[in-house]
Write a protein that binds this ligand. Structure first.
Ligand SMILES: Cc1ncc(COP(=O)(O)O)c(C=O)c1O
Length: 440
């Protein structure tokens, strides 16, 4: 029996689904992908095989595995006693650097996960505005908590204003009536924003969105849409929350908000800010942030929040992102990898394209027109999940780790890191060329 099969058999007796996260099962395998170690752009499977990694910690990895500077920071942290539950000069250094990178974040509070960060942001928004309703974009993911995880059928049952008829909890176990606190609208549809603001005037605390909707592949917006949403929020006294858990640090300093030129009232960050170490944050206008305890009454705390190891890893990440040329290199890899992958669709006559931004990309099997990506209901109509499943299975056979979280009606995000080399890219392109030949 292969080692991975043995681990799965034993782990399934002790761990739900044989792994630590429900969403971590690779659907083409039906099991977690057990690895032994990782280095640079490669992961090494327990069965002894080496894979080029294109899932990169679910969007957490921007600098590659086992990066020497992060490794050095961790060793320093071990020398300091790898303490947690204390603040230190390192947390101050992190806060200073972060504000330099993302100036809208006047004050921060550290948490351990993106889920905690969005929970805290929504709680603060309600406390600040003294309003209840949260406006969410259909298909955007903000963590697994009862505050926000509601679906509307992913574009399938939107009315003409982009307001879903039924808003349903994404999972059983939510308190009865929790869905009454959230209204769903369609992303990139300004009429939907205007309509929902008008309909629920006086009741809305905040609108929350992923500035690039990676949780449905790689769906950008336009500067004009963002500008209008910002203006409407200011006019109506509604807070604008940018969930930059994935997009954070993936764009030239300032993250996605810098790219769009928008100042959200609150933002959340995680994943790449510490290259996958457990560090997240909520930050924004000082007068809202001051509501958190101990200066205010809104509780946001955690035993391991701001633990030294994650903070010291994050400091190195922020410093590397601030170095000249860093984003030039990200963009160069993106152009080579995603440009060439995109060309393969045309070469083999497979309907589809690649959409990429911020070192993340998605395979849009089923249609050629990138303009449709902006509207989820269009994507859902044309996307071909079965073809993606065949593709990811073939990728595994070719030692390319492209993630498949299950048959979703929209594309899934994959990514690359600064550690992906020209050789990795050339090998990947030649392998995908062969795969596309077979898919046809
Ligand atoms: C945009 C976004 N927000 C929040 C979260 C939740 O973050 P975490 O998994 O760290 O709880 C995720 C996770 O994928 C995410 O993509």
């Amino acid at each position: 029996m292969r080692k991975s099969a043995e681990i799965f058999q034993e782990a399934s007796k002790l761990m739900v689904g044989g792994g630590c996260a429900g969403g971590r099962i690779h659907a083409a395998l039906g099991t977690p992908f057990y690895i032994d170690h990782a280095d640079g752009s490669h992961v090494f499977h327990v069965d002894g095989e080496e894979f080029i990694d294109y899932h990169c910690g679910a969007g957490a990895l921007l600098f590659g595995w086992n990066h020497p500077r992060i490794r050095e920071a961790i060793i320093k942290c071990v020398d300091k006693g790898f303490f947690m539950n204390f603040d230190s000069p390192a947390t101050l250094e992190f806060a200073r650097l972060f504000k330099e990178l993302v100036p809208t974040v006047e004050k921060i509070r550290l948490t351990n996960s993106g889920t905690e960060a969005t929970l805290a942001a929504i709680r603060a928004a309600r406390a600040y505005t003294k309003k209840n309703l949260i406006i969410k974009m259909d298909g955007h993911f903000h963590g697994m908590h009862e505050m926000i995880w509601f679906n509307g059928g992913c574009g399938s049952d939107l009315d003409k204003y982009g307001q879903t008829r039924s808003v349903t909890p994404a999972t059983p176990g939510f308190p009865a009536g929790a869905e009454k606190n959230v209204k769903l609208i369609e992303f990139n549809n300004l009429d939907a924003v205007k309509h929902v603001f008008e309909t629920y005037r006086g009741d809305i605390a905040a609108i929350i969105m992923e500035p690039v909707n990676y949780d449905c592949g790689c769906v950008p917006s336009t500067r004009e849409y963002m500008k209008q949403v910002r203006e409407l929020c200011t006019k109506e006294g509604i807070l604008l929350i940018f969930d930059e858990v994935i997009s954070g640090l993936r764009f030239r300093p300032g993250s996605a908000q810098g790219y769009y030129g928008i100042k959200p009232d609150l933002s959340t960050f995680a994943k790449a800010i510490a290259n996958g170490f457990s560090l997240a944050l909520v930050g924004g206008k000082a007068e809202i942030m001051e509501l958190f305890n101990p200066t205010g009454p809104v509780i946001c705390s955690g035993t391991s929040s701001g633990n030294l190891m994650s903070v010291m890893a994050a400091i190195e990440c922020l410093k590397m992102a601030m170095e000249p040329g860093f984003y030039d290199q990200v963009e160069k890899i993106e152009k080579n990898l995603c440009g060439e992958l995109n060309a393969l669709f045309g070469k083999h006559g497979i309907p589809g394209h690649i959409r990429s931004q911020g070192a993340q990309f998605a395979f849009y099997f089923g249609y050629d027109d990138p303009q449709m990506d902006y509207i989820l209901s269009e994507t859902v109509k044309h996307y071909h999940p079965q073809l993606y499943r065949r593709f990811t299975r073939e990728c595994l056979a070719e030692h390319l780790y492209v993630f498949d979280g299950g048959e979703k009606p929209f594309p899934q995000h994959n990514g690359f890191t600064i550690a992906h080399t020209e050789d990795d890219i050339a090998l990947t392109i030649s392998k995908v060329d062969g795969i596309f030949k077979r898919l046809k």
